[in-house]
Design a protein around this ligand. Sequence first.
Ligand code: G3H
Ligand code: 13P
Ligand code: ZN
Length: 332
Amino acid sequence: MTSYKELGLVNTKDMFAKAVKGGYAIPAYNFNNMEQLQSIILACVETKSPVILQVSSGARKYANKNLLKNMARGAVEYAHELGYDIPIVLHLDHGDTYELCVDCIESGFSSIMIDGSHLPYDENVALTKKVCEYAHKQKDYVTVEGELGVLAGVEDDVSAEESHYTKPEEVQDFVKKTGVDSLAISIGTSHGRQKFKPEQCTRNADGILIPPPLAFNVLAEIEKKLPGFPIVLHGSSSVPQEYVHEIEQYGGKLKDSVGIPEEQLRKAAKSAVCKINIDSDGRLAMTSAIRKVFVEHPEEFDPRKYLGPARDELKKLYMHKNKEVLGSAGQA
Ligand code: G3H
Ligand code: 13P
Ligand code: ZN
């Protein structure tokens, strides 16, 4: 058993309390490898932003759990070496079983998501409650995120054809019965680079898809039911069209990619939404940089020569998010 405090990590408790009060959101960036982690830490130290490092069950299988644990420890030391100790959370993204949550807690995670959103309500309550009881009784309190409402798209093994908004009339009961520390909701975001089908969007003069707005009315009702309670938004990539175009220019195929406009995320970050999950935008940033190197320098075969530019692009993107979208810059 490794407690997250031994790794120099923190849970989300204080971070969320400050973010809700301050009207900004904490970035929750997924990582699977060293370059992604370097970019996240460099960007968050440089912008003095608190950060949530997210690991999915797929990332755990890809990277190895012992390596991940020590990468998180390394991230804390790296921030220190860079000269600024930002608060860092290690969070399980979309945990799907009690056993996985326990395993992550035992290997040093400071925060856990149990995603029972695809289950019938009572089963979601029972599973989430069981995880909370385990997480909260640890010597060092581990925070838990639950989810109500279903996002469209693919959530690891959880898939949903269409999105079902969170029902505001359920949120108080869910929080009370489970004891969760934060709640992920569905108000029209979804995972991946194609957040909406073309028929759900309009097109501007350049043929670019314009997505339907998020359901801010549902968010407002939830906030009324749970004043000051930390709310989480998944599926919050903006899918920058510059990256999509660059990827296509250098041989990729990403037809009809559409994300959540930045001004809507900016608005959400000012509300009770205090954690915003971003993964796909980082994938796009890295892929566009890597494709560019391969096309412009076909002779290149040193991984540092293409992963290095990908890392630089990712750092630039995350600095932009912290400063211009989430408002987390300067809050660490
Ligand atoms: O919401 C899912 C995250 O983007 C993680 O994706 O399961 O492919 O690692 P992944
Ligand atoms: P995106 O696919 O929009 O980046 O969402 C990531 C996410 O919600 C991770 O849990
Ligand atoms: Zn998610």
